[in-house]
Design a protein around this ligand. Sequence first.
Ligand code: 5AD
Ligand code: SF4
Length: 520
Amino acid sequence: MASEKGNKDYAQYFDFSSAKVIKQEDGKTTYRINGRDITMLSAPSYSDEKKRGKEEIKVHYENGVPAELSGLGRGKKYLIYTYGCQMNEHDTEIMRGLFEAMGYEATEERKDADVILLNTCAVRENAEDKVFGELGHMKLLKQQRPELILGVCGCMSQEASVVNRIMHKHPHVDLIFGTHNIHRLPHLLQDAYFGKEMVVEVWSKEGDIIENLPKKRAEGLRAWVNIMYGCDKFCTYCIVPYTRGKERSRLPEDVIAEVRDLARQGYKEITLLGQNVNAYGKDFEDRNYRFGDLMDDIRKIDIPRVRFTTSHPRDFDDHLIEVLAKGGNLVEHIHLPVQSGSTDILKRMSRKYTRERFLELVGRIRKAIPNVVLTTDIIVGFPGETEEQFEETMSIVREANFSSAFTFIYSPREGTPAAEMADDVLYEVKQKRLQRLNELIGELSLANHLELKGQIVEVLVEGESKNNPDVLSGRTRTNKLIHFQGKKEWIGQFVQVRVTEPQTWYIKAEVVTEPEAAAI
Ligand code: 5AD
Ligand code: SF4
């Protein structure tokens, strides 16, 4: 199986001016930095993460935890903090599966945990700041309970600068591993228990696809299903292609088997996951099978709702639109990140479409699926963004009539091309633009919701509303949040409701048909 051995010249990527080599064996090197021993099995390198080789990706069907490690966690508890996107949430579900297959129990209390992992996100600086803040807090915990194993994994671990900072400033961390080797968790934990050193194993290059890893899903109603890993788009602001490796698609038969199994278990909704789902299948050499084909096959499975995220406008082809227009379990909601409305900014972002091409795609989608709801991601304050270019973003949001959006201020990511671009826009100006954009999105969201007044919509009931246990909340097919009065027994079921009071970010409704009757 593809893996990496610690035979690199680490000094090239890390500040080892104060490091002493203590031991070198089996491709492992142990350093001493400020009195802390650190064993490097492998470490991230930016230049390797950038490469896109032609190596064939193999698929391995594993059992997850080897028999000799299946009792490693007996009598012990684990806790995972997850930051960032759904991909990370789903990776956490896999790690939870691995922990439980080793006999660990979950806990929410950090004082009870024997292992704490931080599954981190690198997409913006504020996500990273939160993790370093948390690591600071955990220092005291580790002093009180030295036997606690503290690990850092996820996208931040793939950054050499982060690993360097942890090695020098956070010696109380015991384990660092990355996004490509989460299946190695049992072995790495064993290393961390039996040695006293900090263990670092981060692969720069994606490994093969590992199937059959155990998963402990967060709930029994909605499930995430990975369809592909990595991204080859290299948008100039984005760190993901470095932290998640090259695009690799899971085989359709494996995805379909997983969805069928979820349907059998009674799941009501699945979300197909990938950094760029529209590139699904482009890496298959032995077949011509793309995302549209996959959706067409999944459409035939008896699971009530199928979503996907996230799509890149560039690869959104007519076949996919045609398949989505068939409806059924394929819901009328598409998340389509536009990022900017200015062709010039899009070019500098390397998005590979123009404002006009994006609007033309929106037109084709709306024509084929008239009741579709579109949502998006937008970055404001990209280096050098002028007032006029920002106005083009405001106008594309109106023209595309997005129902809602995730909006961000551009955050420079070390090593990405945009981080090198000149930026003369003041941060306060960026904040004001973000505020104006959010106000516009609020207006559009309310206008979209008002159109629904009096209509009957289907809601999948997720649970009690956070603030009022008499109120239930759930989502429509178009992913709109609905609050309504109902019985707790309806949780997990579909209910027909009439929209009564549309608000900006949610909708109040009343029940029309109770689940029992609706099911007949
Ligand atoms: N700064 C701000 N936002 C970013 N995103 C990705 N990289 C950055 C960055 N450097 C946003 C994009 C993407 C979403 C997941 O995060 O809008 O679609
Ligand atoms: Fe990042 Fe662009 Fe890939 Fe999305 S498509 S993960 S924004 S590089």
